[in-house]
Write a protein that binds this ligand. Structure first.
Ligand code: ADP
Length: 459
């Protein structure tokens, strides 16, 4: 092992060496007689000792001056090496050691700035990573999960700590997404695909996986999972809507065309049937008219272009007026009708729209009622608002249909609804109007026993 000799010792030893050599030199060249003189020998020996003592002191002082800053630099640079950049080398001189101290200080400052910059960027990145609605999975080349964000935890009902550092399929038991990641790692090319999950929730995702390169070699895979369930649903609703509208318009139009052709081909002169044919045409035209009106209504309500013109008015009075419009149907079915709203019940809402809501609900309660059934309208308090209920003792709604009953064109019995002059848009309009008032609408119903349609208007 090499012997470590400090700088201070080296300096003192070199002084000693120089002095000893000088004295040997003096001895060597001194006159023989003189050298034999005891006095001179003593003097020279004393001089040698004095010179050595002086050399030791001088060497120590000079070495301390030279070594002090170096030792300080060593102490501070050891802190730098351990990642502590809070200290700087102070009190340096103007010589080479001072220059070294300045360079070390600058290097420390630069490293500290870089570390701070990288830490800032890391914080930003992890904030983005953690708050992304899209799920992000990072895997290494062996298919081990390096990192997942909270969205992935929600999507696959897993915990970050259980997923990270494990092989993909051990943490996320989904072969479809694994195949995508595997293909990216093997081929080094981006892959996109659709992923249908039925557990923990039924959802559809768009998966985009890209390779991560390091020195031109695939080193891992970054997978982004985007929830497109809403988008898919909207797509289906739009497709269904177009199909429904076309179908609803086609039926009366085909009928009208058929009867017009029959009339033109000679039935016009047929005194016995021509009026009957024209009445049917009129009925279908009315149906088309109400369908188009409902569609326009719904479209303006959905685009929120319609502002609710809220005024304060007496709801019981409005209901009485609506009910008077149903007198014939009520009498025809011998229905027992009760307006149980308290007199002078005042609400703040769009009066014309509220009339539309009540008309649609009562129309249904009458239409889908049995002979000698009952219709009752009453109110109560709920969620700090006023709850209006239209109850009937009619056909009721099967359990499987209840959740969809407010959808456009959704009808329990299509043929019956059409026969009764319905468009299948009434409840949808009700829901939109109530929601535009900041309230909500709903239904409770038992098949064969009756239904309770309700809406809550905020106070
Ligand atoms: P429409 O009455 O024009 O068919 P709605 O949107 O008003 O359309 O209603 C949709 C469907 O909901 C109806 O076709 C019917 O099947 C069901 N429905 C609505 N109200 C009642 C009710 N009071 N009793 C039984 N079924 C109802």
């Amino acid at each position: 092992m090499p012997v470590k000799i400090s700088f201070r010792l080296k300096l003192v030893l070199s002084y000693f060496f120089v002095i000893a050599v000088s004295f040997l030199f003096v001895f060597y060249f001194l006159d023989k007689n003189l050298a034999e003189s005891i006095l001179i020998r003593k003097t020279i020996l004393m001089g040698l000792l004095f010179a050595l003592g002086l050399a030791f002191m001088l060497g120590s002082v000079l070495a301390a001056q030279a070594v002090g800053p170096i030792n300080r630099m060593i102490r501070v640079s050891r802190r730098f090496a351990s990642g502590d950049f809070s200290k700087r080398i102070l009190g340096y001189s103007g010589d080479e050691t001072g220059e070294l101290a300045v360079t070390l200080n600058k290097m420390a400052q630069d490293i500290e700035d870089k570390i701070r910059q990288i830490q800032g960027q890391n914080q930003q990145l992890s904030a983005v990573f953690n708050s992304m609605v899209e799920g992000v999975i990072v895997t290494d080349i062996s298919g081990r999960i390096v990192s997942v964000n909270p969205a992935v935890e929600d999507i696959f009902a897993i915990h970050k700590k259980d997923a990270e550092n494990r092989f993909f399929l051990e943490a996320i038991r989904n072969n479809d997404i694994f195949d995508i990641v595997d293909s990216v790692l093997k081929k080094g090319e981006s892959v996109s695909g659709e992923l249908k999950l039925s557990w923990p929730v039924q959802k559809v995702f768009q998966v985009n996986a890209v390779p991560v390169f390091e020195k031109n070699r695939v080193n891992g895979c970054l997978t982004v999972i985007h929830d497109i369930t809403g988008l898919k649903k909207l797509e289906t609703i739009r497709r269904d809507f177009v199909a429904n509208v076309s179908h609803e318009l086609k039926t009366p139009l085909t009928s009208i065309m058929g009867f017009v052709e029959t009339l033109l081909e000679g039935a016009l002169e047929d005194k016995e049937h021509n009026r009957q044919f024209l009445t049917i045409i009129q009925e279908h035209t009315r149906r088309l008219n109400s369908l188009v009106n409902d569609l326009l209504d719904l479209s303006s309500l959905e685009s929120k272009a319609t502002m609710m013109e809220k005024t304060e008015f007496d709801l019981k009075g409005l209901l009485d007026r609506v009910l008077s419009g149903f007198t014939t149907q009520i009498m025809k079915k011998s229905l027992c009708l009760e307006n149980a709203l308290p007199a002078g019940l005042r609400v703040r809402a769009d009066k014309a729209r509220m009339e539309q809501v009540l008309t649609n609900l009562i129309d249904n309660a009458v239409k889908f009622n049995k002979n000698r059934g009952m219709v009752k309208i009453y109110c109560g308090e709920e969620d700090g608002g006023i709850k209006i209920t239209v109850e009937d003792s009619g056909t009721g709604i099967p359990k499987k249909d209840i959740s969809r009953i407010f959808e456009r064109f959704y009808r329990v019995d299509k043929a019956r609804s059409r026969e009764l002059g319905g468009t299948g848009l009434g409840l949808s309009i009700v829901k939109h109007i109530i929601e535009l008032h900041g309230g909500r609408a709903g239904v409770e119903s038992s098949e064969g026993l009756g239904s309770r349609f309700w809406f809550i208007l905020p106070r």
